[in-house]
Design a protein around this ligand. Sequence first.
Ligand code: PLP
Length: 448
Amino acid sequence: MNYARFLTAVSAARKPSPIRMLTELQQRSPPSLISLAGGAPNPNTFPFQSASIQVKNGQTITFDEVAMNRALQYSASSGIPELLTWMKNLQKNLHNPPTASYAPEKGQMEMCVTTGSQEGLCKVFEMLVNPGDNVLLDAPTYSGTLATPLGCNLINVSSDHHGMIPAALKEVLSRWDPSEVHKPGSTAPKILYTIPNGGNPTGASMTTQRKQEVYELARQYDMLIIEDDPYYYLQFDKPWAPTFLSMDVDGRIIRTDSFSKILSSGLRIGFVTGPKPLVDRVVLHIQASTMHTSTFTQLMVSQLLHGWGQEGFLQHIDRVIEFYSKQRDAMISSADKWLKGLSEWHAPSAGMFLWIKLKGIADTQQLIMKKALEKEVLLVPGGVFMINSSEPCPYVRAAFSLATPEQIDEVHTHTHTQEHTHFYTDFNLSQIFPQAFRRLASLIKEAL
Ligand SMILES: Cc1ncc(COP(=O)(O)O)c(C=O)c1O
């Protein structure tokens, strides 16, 4: 692949920061190295001494003085080595990417840590999208992506509850001739963005067949695919769907993963995985912006993961899935009870969202932002997930992730009294979903 053709002028012009390179060199060197090179502050002057963090399974994550000094110090822009190595092994085991064995310049699989997957996505867009470019996506889509000020022309590819429709993509792409996409001045899209599992807001998950067809079209038109997959680990049914990364024989997939939905959203840990020439550019951008994701949170997560091993990590994921699938079932049964006949929805097989079409309501904005608020029920009007948010939209997004304070209290009680393998399952699901949908149902009836 000729990666240079995809880079924006800003990204192509990025140069390594000499100071950052010295810092990273120093951190890879033996302790006997006397370095007067770095401009790092002396951690002995920092007020924090040590930390000990209790994990719910009884494990303790400790930062003695040495570890604490490291946690409080600058670190490598691509991420701390032990977290990166752990994640690379996980990626290889889960996705077996063909690119893992490629030469670096041919698109070898590379990774970096980002401050949440949002940072990775934003930097990937800046690397690849010029103002005026045509970019493909399947709207409705994540409002965080739409908020990125790309100045590009977003082209919607139709989708349904199985994700982007390959025939619709083919139709959109038929405006261009595949043999001409490399010609100077071609307006053919170079980028396709999609959320393949438990889409935000639609809850849609793409089938393997569709992914294969979309990948083939990407090959035909020499496009990169941005696979934004924060709900990958929240797929309720096994086996999990193969990812675009697992099909990537060319090195045209840039994948973003997130720990937000499974470990913590506040720690801000995400990952970019993709061809080395592109991931290296993201790292150059990190060098010039945040410098790196918090060393402290990376070390905290790394200790947790090394303590768990891959098996322990996947067991934790199973418990998270069990929790969310129960929440999903509770929301669906409330919707069945209160919204049947008034609305339509598909039960999502991943993620944390139910995408509800209100029958007979042309646009949900007013209903939700005014009347629903008065009735004390908050949902997201579907328009905010559309490319043109001013067009009428009959949908609302309901999240089934939320837990009431009573539920949270229960977690605390159960953690101390029960085997931790059970505490996710013993929720007494409260009345919150039925209450919300009863109120929504009465609002729809009033509006009809
Ligand atoms: C589709 C999608 N992508 C990316 C993100 C950003 O997640 P984070 O930055 O917390 O990893 C979210 C958050 O909700 C999301 O729904």
